[in-house]
Ligand binder design. Structure first.
Ligand SMILES: [Zn+2]
Ligand SMILES: [Zn+2]
Length: 261
């Protein structure tokens, strides 16, 4: 019971590190923070989302070519492709669902991609989309092959030391919940028929209110595609925890130059 209760604050903090950190701070530069906070948020998000340059690069490509054949994760190729299949190169709903349920599957993918890079293959396209981050030594360090795998092995060792097999199961549940909360924005929030659209945009983005709590406000996704630079996604009473935290950081003097629509 204690483990179930303990999982909640962990997934909230780690979830916010992705939505506030990887998405609004790094990908869209919606606000600024002191370097120590920028790197602390980035390091926490990296523990399940992978290296920042890869995440940011893929996300910026998504915004550039949303819902066209070049979009890395559009549900026009199927819900499960947009959700998780794109990460393992399959349009099969069954394989996509299995990957989504695998919990640690994304970490295996990071390892395989890094081995591919170590084999001397050309740097993937994300690098070209994250040149600003490449200027920062910390971002380059996290992007080195096998750094993410080393972090994951450290997580496994810690979980095993604390709780043995139950500790590993707990860690698996954390990764499972966090990954799917991130991916559901790519799948459900671009899915025809889900939620609603407040703005005409050239993509198929939707606002899906019932996902707002799980995604910390990221599911106001049509608003976000209309105003990608804005640090605030939820509007007119839409729930947006990430925005509330960014406002809180501003009041504490930890966030500045906050962009809004
Ligand atoms: Zn989108
Ligand atoms: Zn975005």
């Amino acid at each position: 019971m204690l483990a179930v209760v303990a999982i909640y604050p962990v997934i909230v903090v780690l979830g916010l590190s992705n939505t506030i950190g990887y998405h609004r701070l790094l990908s869209h530069r919606s606000f600024k923070t002191a370097p120590w906070l920028r790197y602390a948020i980035t390091f926490v998000a990296a523990q399940y989302s992978g290296a920042p340059m890869q995440w940011v690069g893929a996300h910026r490509i998504h915004h550039t070519v949303s819902d066209t054949p070049a979009d890395p994760h559009t549900p026009t190729k199927g819900f499960w492709f947009a959700h998780s299949g794109w990460l393992c190169g399959t349009k099969s709903p069954v394989l996509g669902a299995l990957f989504a349920l695998s919990g640690f599957g994304l970490q295996v993918r990071f390892l395989l991609v890094d081995l591919w890079r170590l084999a001397g293959k050309h740097p993937p396209i994300w690098r070209a989309m994250a040149r600003d981050l490449e200027k920062e030594r910390f971002m380059r360090w996290l992007d080195l092959p096998l750094v993410m795998t080393a972090c994951f092995v450290a997580q496994l060792a810690l979980a095993w030391a604390i709780g043995g097999a139950w500790g590993i199961a707990w860690l698996w549940a954390v990764h499972l919940l966090l990954n799917n909360a991130t991916w559901i924005v790519n799948s459900a929030c671009h899915l025809e028929g889900a939620g609603s659209r407040s703005y005409e945009t050239r993509d198929r983005s939707r606002n899906v209110w019932w996902l707002a709590l799980l995604t910390h406000g990221e599911s106001s996704h049509n608003n976000h595609h209309k105003f990608p630079k804005s640090a605030r996604h939820g509007r007119d009473g839409e729930f947006d925890t990430s925005w509330l935290i960014i406002r809180g950081l501003e009041k504490l003097g930890l966030a500045k130059d906050i962009q809004t629509a």
